[in-house]
Design a protein around this ligand. Structure first.
Ligand code: LMR
Length: 396
């Protein structure tokens, strides 16, 4: 039967890695997939992760199954990080967390829960959004509609357009919001704008799912949670899919979580029992290692402080690259103002380069970026940034 199966198109992000690996040019640069790299072009293992792994190797006594929702300590630490240690969500025990295989696993569990238990039929996502959101939601039967988000003229957030579109969302539909470091544009709402969005959600009553994959990569651990925390004050229920791929550098360990916030702890328990039923029928229970590492770091005050410092270093590195890129493009006489790159948040920048220019950069210079013109700023280094800027200016 297999000969009847049509080949699937390459993934717009991970497919680039395969093309990049096959490219034999020495000067090639991968600005595609969102992975942090240091100035040596390496995606390092964090010092705190190495330390936690040493402790685990020493102390671990069993490889028996975790529960369906994963490690309980991990769940507690995730909630503390998302909502803050003194949050009313924690003291009133209104949240339940399932450890999931990555943020993608969390989104898939959240989507199935919305479809099966909340009778949601449509989700509204930003235009543009992460290339995989549509795949995940559509595979659970959700219809996917886009709301205005990015203004191609100002290269920033189209907040008025976003508010206007969300104003039309009915109460039985869902809205996906990026917690911070919007993927792919790097354009985030301000604290005041989050407040307005939360008030709109409260008034309209639509269901809200947060995708929170870059906590700590914009301003800081608590600062980046302002959107989510504003929403938990304004509306009684929501879901959060979060990932530790980037801020713990645990990409291949697949560490994420799906957190359900309910109006009270009894509702949280019964709703969460259905989340567990969905997980059991999918991957049964999550893999342990990455989540044990995260929990070991977050529960130890000294390791936690060290980790926050490691994330700050990654954040500063990316910020420096943003500033450097803007000044280098200017120095080279780029016929366009790229100062917006320094204003954007997180790993990604939406450069405004066309599909044709992206293709030319790949074919002529071995510089790989997503077809939409998204670059992973952290894929550059002091060693290749000049070549990248030369190439960009030459295709403008
Ligand atoms: C990205 O957007 O590059 C990352 O989230 C990695 C991925 O899985 O696409």
């Amino acid at each position: 039967m297999f000969e009847r199966v049509a080949a699937a198109p390459a993934d717009p992000i991970l497919g680039l890695n395969e093309a990049f690996a096959a490219d034999t040019r020495a000067q090639k640069v991968n600005l595609g997939v969102g992975v942090f790299m240091n100035d040596e072009g390496i995606t390092p293992i964090l010092g705190t992760v190495k330390e936690a792994e040493k402790r685990l190797l020493n102390d671990e006594t069993t490889k028996s199954y975790l529960g369906i929702a994963g490690d309980a300590e991990y769940g507690r630490q995730v909630q503390r990080l998302l909502f803050g240690a003194d949050s009313e969500v924690l003291s009133n025990q209104r949240a339940r967390t399932a450890q999931t295989p990555g943020g993608t696993g969390a989104l898939r569990v959240a989507a199935e829960f919305m479809v099966r238990q909340l009778d949601v039929t449509r989700i509204h996502v930003s235009n543009p959004t992460w290339a995989n959101h549509g795949n995940i939601f559509k595979s659970t039967g959700l219809e996917v509609t886009a709301y205005r988000y990015f203004d191609n003229d100002t290269m920033g957030l189209d907040f008025a357009g976003m508010m206007e579109d969300l104003e039309q969302v009915p109460a039985n539909e869902a809205v996906l919001l990026h917690g911070c470091c919007h993927n792919p544009t790097g354009a985030d709402p301000s604290a005041e704008q989050w407040q307005q969005l939360a008030e709109l959600a409260a008034r309209k009553g639509f269901f809200v799912l947060f995708d929170f994959a870059y906590q700590g990569f914009s301003r800081g651990m608590d600062e980046d949670a302002v959107g989510l925390r504003t929403f938990t004050k304004a509306i009684p229920e929501l879901l959060v899919a979060n990932s530790f791929s980037k801020n713990f550098g645990l990409y291949n360990e697949r560490v994420g979580a799906m957190t359900l916030v309910a109006s009270d702890r009894f509702t949280a328990d019964s709703a969460f029992s259905q989340v567990k039923a969905i997980i059991r029928a999918n991957y049964s229970n999550p893999p342990a290692h990455g989540a044990k590492v995260v929990a070991a770091i977050l529960k130890d005050d000294a390791l936690r402080a060290e980790w926050i410092e490691e994330v700050a270093q990654m954040r500063h590195h990316i910020r420096q690259l943003r500033d450097l890129m803007v000044s280098k493009l200017k120095e080279r006489g780029a016929n366009r103002d790229f100062s917006f790159i320094a204003e954007q948040h997180g790993m990604f920048s939406f450069t405004g380069l066309t599909g044709e220019q992206v293709k030319q950069l790949r074919e002529e210079y071995g510089i790989y970026m997503v077809g939409s013109g998204r670059i992973n700023v952290a894929g550059m280094s002091k060693g290749n940034i000049d070549a990248v800027c030369d190439a960009i200016v030459s295709v403008l």
